[in-house]
Ligand binder design. Sequence first.
Ligand SMILES: Nc1nc2c(ncn2[C@@H]2O[C@H](COP(=O)(O)OP(=O)(O)O)[C@@H](O)[C@H]2O)c(=O)[nH]1
Ligand SMILES: [Mg+2]
Length: 370
Amino acid sequence: MAVSLFFLGPASLALVLERITRRREPEPSVEAPLPPVVAEATKEEAEPDFEAAKSLESEPEPEPEPEPEPVPLRERLARTQETLVGRLTHLLGSRKVDEGLLEELEMMLFTADLGVSTAESLLTTVREKAVGSEASVVRQILRDAICEKLVRAQSGAPQGLALSKGLHVILVLGVNGSGKTTTIGKLASRYSAEGHKVVLGAGDTFRAAAIDQLQVWGERVGCDVIAGEPNGDPAAVAFDAVKAALAREADVVIIDTAGRLQTKKPLMEELGKIARVVGKDLPEAPHETLLVLDSNTGQNALSQARLFTEVTEVSGLVLTKLDGSAKGGVIVGLADELSLPVRFVGVGEGIQDLRDFDAAEFVDALFDTE
Ligand SMILES: Nc1nc2c(ncn2[C@@H]2O[C@H](COP(=O)(O)OP(=O)(O)O)[C@@H](O)[C@H]2O)c(=O)[nH]1
Ligand SMILES: [Mg+2]
């Protein structure tokens, strides 16, 4: 502890001290189970009770709770499936591909949240390959073209939870409400479940509630959270988080940021400074800069992505709230226009609801309706 405290900035130090003091408060009643972090600290501080330990030893191991079956992606994508492929099936029927059909298809693609340039490119492909054919071929042509665009954007990107050697630094960007903090919590849980040591950095200092929210996730996952004062300098928190993660020999540090939608210059300066300071002790950091986008915002997600990629280097995307969104088609536009891989998708509010993005699985879920 002494070693790691040494590396903390004054703000983080105050917070850690405050947390230690809180840990020493009297134990809550039996009805309120101790959160994991407190339970751990109490264990360290209490006198060892050998009798109790012996009786615990003889008790049979409780059966681990079975993992709930993950809900198939197809179910979570139902609304996007309807907007994109449901309407397509309806439109195609048993017609021939002629100008009339192409016009209707154009309208459909333009209103499917793919973005204008992606919709145009898909329409061109259909024109080139399908005029005069039975309309049923259009479905396959679109499926292949969409898959190709997604696969192209994924090429060369890291897969799943891949980590670099040494400390892996992940910066998480995006506007307020896009799902950054939730995504960080889910990611931390996945890394932790794989046996990796995780540290979180509460770089969204703009709203006090954002710091608390990350701390709640930290307790839930059982990982350390480095935080500063509300309205403090986010770059200082990012710097402290990397230092603490190095001192604690963590495998991965994930840094939250404030998603203020500000004009270009201050945003560029703020994100540039964060990226620079995390690289001070680790020249190759940040190893990943993930931009989190809410799929419900459709075309707006495209403009957010354009803004963020103009002001800073983004290495991958996370599309949240695909469950319940009818606008998941925006993934295709994002991949196509920005050539950025989609690293993860959020398919619910639960801790388990962050999946690796797999282009083929996504296309299958959209097009294979049975
Ligand atoms: N349904 C659903 N809700 C999500 C998902 N990801 C985040 N949320 C919710 O979106 C809201 C904003 O998320 P938050 O992580 O606080 O966003 P931040 O402001 O970017 O940090 C919260 O109510 C989350 O529970 C998701 O994949 N699906
Ligand atoms: Mg947040």
